[in-house]
Design a protein around this ligand. Structure first.
Ligand code: AVJ
Ligand code: FE
Length: 438
C-alpha cells in the first residue's frame, strides 16, 4: 500500500506538470491564434484549454468531491461528443482571459480537495486514480494542441533543442527475433492505467521478427521513389481509394523541391533527415510501405510483447528497460524536443532483446483494430474507450516526443482512423519467423 502522502505529492506533481505545459502551449501565440481554427481537424486552442478545465471540474470537483458546478451552462460547449471539432469555432467559447480564469479557479479548488481527501474508499479515489486520469487527460490535450501548432501557418511559436545523439556507434541489426510463447498483455496492477489497458491476460504470440528501430524517413523516401504511391499492388482497397482521391504522394508536411525532400516543422522549413523516424504517415501508408518492403505491421500483441516481455524471467515489464519510470536517458518524451531522435538512439531504453525506441519518438501504427481485452470494464466513463471499439480505429503504441511520461507506458493504447496523419505517427515493421528461424 503506497504512502498516502507520497501519492498526494505524485498526483500534485502530475497536475502541475500538465498545467505548466498547457501554459506554454497557450501563451506562445496571440489571442487571434488561440481562437482561430488552424485546421478543420482540430479545435481552436482556447477550446482545448477550457475543455481541460471542464473535465477536471466534472471529475475532481463534482464526481470526487461532490461540489456544485461552477458554470453549468458551459458543460455542453466543452462536450467533445456534442460538437465535432470542425464546429467548435462557432460555439460560444469562453474568450482566452475567461478560459484562463476558469481553469485556474478549478485547479485551486482541486489542490484543496487533494490536500484533504482520503485516498481510499472507492475506485475513483484509490491510489488517486481520478487525479492521475485527469493529469493524463490534460497531457493528451497538450499533445493535441501541439498538433494544432504543427498545422498552424506562420512563423515558429515554439522552439526546443534537437534530441542529443545517443547512438552508440555499433551498427544495429535490422531486426530482432522475439521467441514464440505466452506473455502477459495489459495490466491489472498499474495504478493509473486507463480502462482499455485492463485487465492483464495471457496471450500466446508465435515467434516473429520486429525492426530494431522505427522505419526512417530515408527508407520511406525509397518507397516513394520506387513509385510506391502509384502502384496499386502495395495498398489495401480502402487505402488505394484514399490515396487516389486525396492524391497523396508523400507524408504530410513533405514537399519535393530541387530534387530533394523538404518538410515544414513547427513553422520552419528544413530538409528531411534520412536517419530520422518517418512521422506524419497514415495507417494506409504504413501498411503499404510494409508490403512493399516484403514485411507487415506488427500486431498489437507482438508490439507489446517486444516492449514488455523479459525472456529471462517470463515477466512483463512496465517499460522496455524495466519497471523504473522514464528519464531523459530512456526515451524522447515530454515535448523536450520537437522531433524524433535518429533511428537507433536511446540504447538505455532498449528492451531485453535489444529493440529500441519503442517508447517515445513516434507513435507506432499496429496492424490491429481497437478492441477491448477479455474482461474489459468501462471505467469511469464509456466515452473514453468503449464507444470507439470496433473496426473503425487502428491502434497506435509507444507514444511520441509529444507524449508526457504520465500518459506513457508499455501498456498504453492510442487509436485513430487509418487515414489520420496530422498526429505524430510512424511505424516499424515485422515478419513471421520461418520454421528454421524460430
Ligand atoms: C486517446 C488520444 C484518442 O484525444 O481523442 C482526450 C484522448 N479522450 N479526451 C483523444 C482523449 C478524451 C483521445 N485519444
Ligand atoms: Fe478530452
Amino acid at each position: 500500500d503506497p504512502d498516502p502522502e507520497a501519492l498526494r505529492r505524485r498526483a500534485e506533481a502530475a497536475l502541475r506538470g500538465a498545467r505548466e505545459r498547457t501554459r506554454t502551449l497557450t501563451t506562445c501565440v496571440d489571442e487571434r491564434d488561440l481562437t482561430a481554427q488552424h485546421s478543420p481537424l482540430m479545435s481552436p486552442l482556447v477550446w482545448d484549454l477550457a475543455h481541460i478545465g471542464n473535465q477536471e471540474e466534472q471529475w475532481l470537483l463534482r464526481a470526487v468531491a461532490g461540489q456544485q458546478a461552477l458554470r453549468p451552462e458551459i458543460d455542453s460547449v466543452y462536450d467533445a461528443f456534442e460538437h465535432p471539432r470542425a464546429e467548435r469555432p462557432a460555439l460560444p467559447l469562453l474568450p482566452p482571459a475567461e478560459a484562463r480564469t476558469y481553469v485556474a479557479e478549478v485547479r485551486g479548488r482541486v489542490l484543496d480537495v487533494l490536500d484533504r481527501i482520503e485516498l481510499r474508499g472507492g475506485p475513483l479515489v484509490d491510489a488517486a486514480f481520478a487525479f492521475g486520469m485527469i493529469a493524463q487527460h490534460e497531457q493528451q490535450h497538450d499533445e493535441t494542441m501541439l498538433i494544432t501548432h504543427q498545422l498552424r501557418r506562420g512563423p515558429a511559436a515554439l522552439t526546443a533543442p534537437p534530441p542529443p545523439d545517443t547512438r552508440d556507434g555499433a551498427p544495429l541489426p535490422a531486426e530482432v527475433l522475439v521467441p514464440g510463447g505466452p506473455f502477459t498483455m495489459g495490466t491489472s496492477t498499474e495504478p493509473w492505467a486507463l480502462d482499455n489497458e485492463r485487465p492483464a491476460h495471457r496471450r500466446v504470440v508465435p515467434a516473429f521478427f520486429i525492426d530494431t528501430a522505427p522505419v526512417t524517413a530515408g527508407a520511406y523516401a525509397r518507397f516513394i521513389e520506387d513509385g510506391g504511391y502509384r502502384q496499386r499492388r502495395w495498398w489495401t482497397g480502402p487505402g488505394w481509394r484514399h490515396v487516389c482521391e486525396q492524391r497523396l504522394t508523400a507524408p504530410l508536411f513533405w514537399r519535393r523541391e530541387g530534387g530533394r525532400w523538404l518538410r515544414r516543422r513547427f513553422g520552419v522549413t528544413e530538409p528531411v533527415r534520412p536517419d530520422e523516424p518517418v512521422v506524419h504517415v497514415s495507417w494506409y501508408e504504413a501498411d503499404a510501405y510494409a508490403r512493399w518492403a516484403g514485411r507487415r505491421l506488427p500486431t498489437e500483441a507482438e508490439w507489446e510483447k517486444a516492449a514488455r516481455h523479459d525472456p529471462a524471467d517470463g515477466r512483463s515489464r512496465r517499460y522496455p528497460w524495466g519497471d523504473a519510470d522514464p528519464t531523459p536517458d530512456h526515451a524522447n518524451l515530454g515535448q523536450r524536443h520537437l522531433r524524433p531522435a535518429p533511428a537507433g538512439s536511446y540504447p538505455r531504453g532498449a528492451s531485453p532483446l535489444g529493440v529500441r525506441q519503442l517508447i517515445g519518438d513516434v507513435w507506432e501504427w499496429t496492424a490491429d483494430d481497437f478492441l477491448p481485452y477479455p474482461g474489459f470494464r468501462a471505467f469511469p466513463y464509456r466515452e473514453y474507450s468503449q464507444v470507439f471499439f470496433g473496426a473503425t480505429y487502428k491502434v497506435l503504441r509507444g507514444g511520441s516526443f509529444a507524449v508526457d511520461p504520465v500518459a506513457c507506458r508499455g501498456t498504453f493504447r492510442n487509436w485513430d482512423l487509418p487515414i489520420r496523419r496530422q498526429i505524430f505517427s510512424g511505424f516499424r515493421t515485422a515478419r513471421d519467423a520461418g520454421p528454421g528461424e524460430a
